[in-house]
Design a protein. Structure first.
Length: 94
């Protein structure tokens, strides 16, 4: 996921928010790599969803995506989960 395919993803998140969907789970299982622009988008969108009273959560991060996020030290700003079940349970947690 990167510069060349981020536009449609960003538009989808904006549409979801406009339509009142404020709790979003993004399954990253098929994402083998991520660039800094996409990481920045995730941070920005996490803030936007939280401001709207919701959350943006990531699940099933590949080892390479997880390592990239660790290197640039952004895991504390994003909500990442091992799988969809844990991420969905986190939506229900107080």
């Amino acid at each position: 996921m990167g510069l060349y395919n981020i536009g449609p993803f960003k538009e989808l998140l904006e549409e979801l928010r406009r339509n009142g969907n404020f709790h979003i789970l993004v399954n990253m299982a098929k994402v083998s790599g991520i660039d800094s622009i996409t990481v920045g988008l995730f941070i920005l969108e996490t803030t936007r969803f939280e401001t709207a009273g919701g959350a943006l959560k990531l699940s099933s991060l590949s080892a390479s995506v997880l390592k990239s996020m660790q290197i640039i030290n952004v895991l504390s700003m994003l909500q990442g989960y091992e799988n969809d079940e844990l991420a969905l349970a986190a939506f229900a947690a107080p």
